[in-house]
Structures are given as structure tokens and as C-alpha cells.
Design a protein around this ligand. Structure first.
Ligand code: PLP
Length: 380
């Protein structure tokens, strides 16, 4: 399989696997136990916290969770439930793990404002400032979008938010390893391992010490009383190693391969690149091919040995069209004909060459059997 779905998840890196393995076998102590075996795993958690703080250059508490989804839920519900203010701002193109808790908060009586985006998936920073009110508690703005790859002006948003004394949370999951993560000015950040060659089922919320936050999972008081439950030590060790290694991945080479891919696919009639042409993740190629159905394309590609997706894996589960492309004001036809190709450090130039041929042939074939083939298979 030529794997071009690295924004959904990535294969486990060998170095990370090697780091994890002893924690399934020899080092099995409960980190809350007072004996030697417990101290051993407690120290492993501390090392993971240190590696994370160093990788994101943030002085913070690191709360380990079972996923980035859980960390996002904790950030939004935890902060809002412990504050007097009733207003929260999120961007319209956040991942569902932000939008759904925001919806829940709205049903509890909180007010949510959504920052609009332009055709390239870039937030309107002026509109964001206009939305801030006396009772605004926080804003949640992702660093890079998981579907179209657009990188948001997070630093500017932090400056504006702090001028008005509101907290800033950012889901930086898709940026790990791909962008320089210098998050010292952020108040809360969500990370996860599996988009960057680490294990699935582990994430963390990093938050500044003085932030008031209430747990959403209660019990034995682990993780500073903010996330009870015995920690998944092997996965956390993997997350720590992922963050430590993240700066060493060669995304310059990935970017070159991605640019070749985009150039080749834009030669297909009636095709276009979505997301920002300049401010985008180095591994993302999100495209629209008019006159095809993205799901049909994914299935055909899978049969021919190419793994791709139409957008977020969560959206696929819910069988609904992308809220990101909707927010970017795409037409139904443009949304339907979209394809997300996301590269990883393991992809080779031979793979990209082969994938380009397969994708181009499949699109032309799908259009040929469509009643509208005359419209799309020639240059507009
Ligand atoms: N945030 C973003 C931007 C993502 O792309 C994803 C993954 O799909 C998540 C959050 C959820 O991550 P997890 O699978 O760790 O819950």
C-alpha cells in the first residue's frame, strides 16, 4: 500500500517502539505505588513530561490523557466549568473534538462564537477581536488544520487575546514534527502521539500552572487530580519519545515530494488545490477534482494500492460532509470531489510517482463513466 493518509495516523517509528517495549514487560509497576517498581514507572512519566515541555518550549503542567480528543474536551469543559464567564470563542474549522464539547457547553447555557474563515481556510483575525466580550473566558484556535493544512496566525491571536485577558488554547496535533513548536506564550495546548509516528490512544493537555480547571474524569486523583485512572505508561513513554524526536524528522524532503505530487495532479483537467497556497503544512495536499465523488475515488484508489481520504476520519464516521470545506464556502460539488493526500517521512519519490499515475488514471476513468464526462475530462 502507498500510504498517503498520514494526517489520519502514522506508522509507529522503530525508535519509539523500542523505547516503549520494556514498559509492557519489565517495567510494569503502577506509577502510584510506593515501591521500587512504582517509582520506576513514575520516573518514566516524569521523563515524558520533561521531553514534552522541552519540545514545545512551554513551562507547564502536562496532563496525560487517552487521546487528543480527551485533552480538547478537558481544555474546553474544564476551563469553562471553573470560570465565572460564560463566553467562549472557537474557530469554525476546529476538529470535532473541539466543536462537539463547544456544542455541549452551549446546551448548558454557555455562549459560543465561531471565528469565520476565508476561501483558503484562514481565520479572519479582525473578526476574532470583534467577538471578544467582557465575559469571554477563552479562545480555542488550532495551529494547523487537519483537512486542508492551513496554518493559522496563532501568535497574532495570542497577542490579541492576552490584550483582553482571555486564555488561549491551541490544538497543535497536526503540527507536531512539521512546524517549529515554540508555544511558550500559549495558555493551554493539546498534543497527541499518533500523527507523528507515536502510539495511538494517548494525548496530553499542557497548561500553565495558574490556570483554573476542573476535572472531567474523577477518581483516584492521578495527573494532578485532573485525569484520574492509572496511566497508560507504555503509551505515555511513546508520546514523550515522539515529542523528543519530532524535531529530527525531515519534512523538507516531504515538502519536496508533496510539491511534486501537487504539480502533477494539477495537470488533471478541472482540478484545484485547496487550503492556503503558502501557509500550509508541508505534508498536506488537499485537492478537488470536479465531477467525481470523493468516496468512490478513495475506494478505487484503495483497490489499486493507494491509501487516501476525503477529510477527517471523524467526519468519515459520521457520514456527513466536511464542516471545514463548508466554512470555506465550497459548493456541494467542490466538497464532493475532494481528496486529502497527506504524506509522511516514510514515503519515497517512487511511491509518489506511482501514486500520481494511479490517481490521474482513476479520476479520468471515474469521469469517463459519469454522464457528465464531456464536461470535466477536458481542460476548462
Ligand atoms: N485534533 C486534530 C487536529 C486531529 O487531527 C485529531 C485527529 O484526528 C484529533 C484532534 C483527535 O486526536 P485523537 O485521535 O488523539 O483523539
Amino acid at each position: 500500500m502507498i500510504y498517503l493518509d498520514n494526517a489520519s495516523t502514522t506508522p509507529l517509528h522503530k525508535t519509539i517502539l523500542e523505547e516503549i517495549l520494556p514498559y509492557f514487560t519489565d517495567h510494569y509497576g503502577n506509577p502510584s505505588s510506593l515501591h521500587k517498581l512504582g517509582i520506576e514507572t513514575k520516573n518514566a512519566l516524569s521523563l515524558a513530561r520533561d521531553r514534552i515541555k522541552k519540545a514545545i518550549n512551554m513551562e507547564c503542567k502536562v496532563i496525560f490523557t487517552g487521546s487528543a480528543t480527551e485533552a480538547n474536551n478537558l481544555a474546553l469543559k474544564g476551563v469553562m466549568h471553573s470560570s465565572k464567564g460564560k463566553h467562549i470563542i472557537v474557530s469554525a474549522i476546529e476538529h470535532d473534538s473541539i466543536l462537539e464539547p463547544a456544542k455541549s457547553l452551549a446546551s448548558e447555557g454557555y455562549e459560543v462564537s465561531y471565528i469565520p474563515v476565508d476561501r483558503y481556510g484562514m481565520i479572519d483575525i479582525n473578526k476574532f477581536e470583534d467577538m471578544i466580550r467582557e465575559d469571554t473566558v477563552m479562545v480555542s484556535l488550532m495551529l494547523a488544520n487537519n483537512e486542508v493544512g492551513t496554518i493559522q496566525p496563532l501568535k497574532e491571536a495570542i497577542d490579541i487575546a492576552h490584550k483582553h485577558d482571555i486564555l488561549v488554547h491551541s490544538d497543535v496535533v497536526q503540527a507536531i514534527g512539521k512546524l517549529n513548536l515554540d508555544l511558550g506564550n500559549l495558555d493551554l495546548a493539546t498534543i497527541s502521539a499518533h500523527k507523528s509516528y507515536g502510539p495511538k490512544g494517548v494525548g496530553a493537555l499542557c497548561l500553565k500552572d495558574d490556570i483554573k480547571i476542573r476535572a472531567i474524569i474523577e477518581g483516584g486523583g492521578q495527573e494532578y487530580n485532573l485525569r484520574s485512572g492509572t496511566q497508560n505508561v507504555p503509551a505515555i513513554v511513546g508520546l514523550g519519545k515522539t515529542m523528543e524526536l519530532s524535531k529530527s524528522f525531515d519534512y523538507g524532503r516531504v515538502r519536496e515530494l508533496r510539491d511534486i505530487l501537487i504539480k502533477r495532479l494539477l495537470e488533471i483537467p478541472n482540478s484545484r488545490l485547496n487550503g492556503h497556497p503558502k501557509y500550509r503544512l508541508p505534508n498536506n495536499a488537499h485537492m478537488t477534482f470536479l465531477g467525481i465523488n470523493g468516496e468512490d475515488l478513495i475506494i478505487q484508489l484503495s483497490n489499486k494500492g493507494v491509501a487516501a481520504s476525503t477529510g477527517s476520519a471523524c467526519t468519515t464516521n459520521k457520514q456527513r460532509e466536511s464542516h471545514v470545506l463548508r466554512a470555506m464556502n465550497f459548493s456541494y460539488e467542490e466538497i464532493k470531489g475532494s481528496l486529502r493526500l497527506s504524506l509522511g517521512i516514510q514515503n519515497t519519490s517512487e511511491e509518489i510517482e506511482e501514486a500520481c499515475n494511479i490517481i490521474a488514471d482513476t479520476i479520468m476513468e471515474l469521469r469517463r463513466i459519469s454522464p457528465y464526462s464531456y464536461k470535466y475530462n477536458t481542460l476548462a
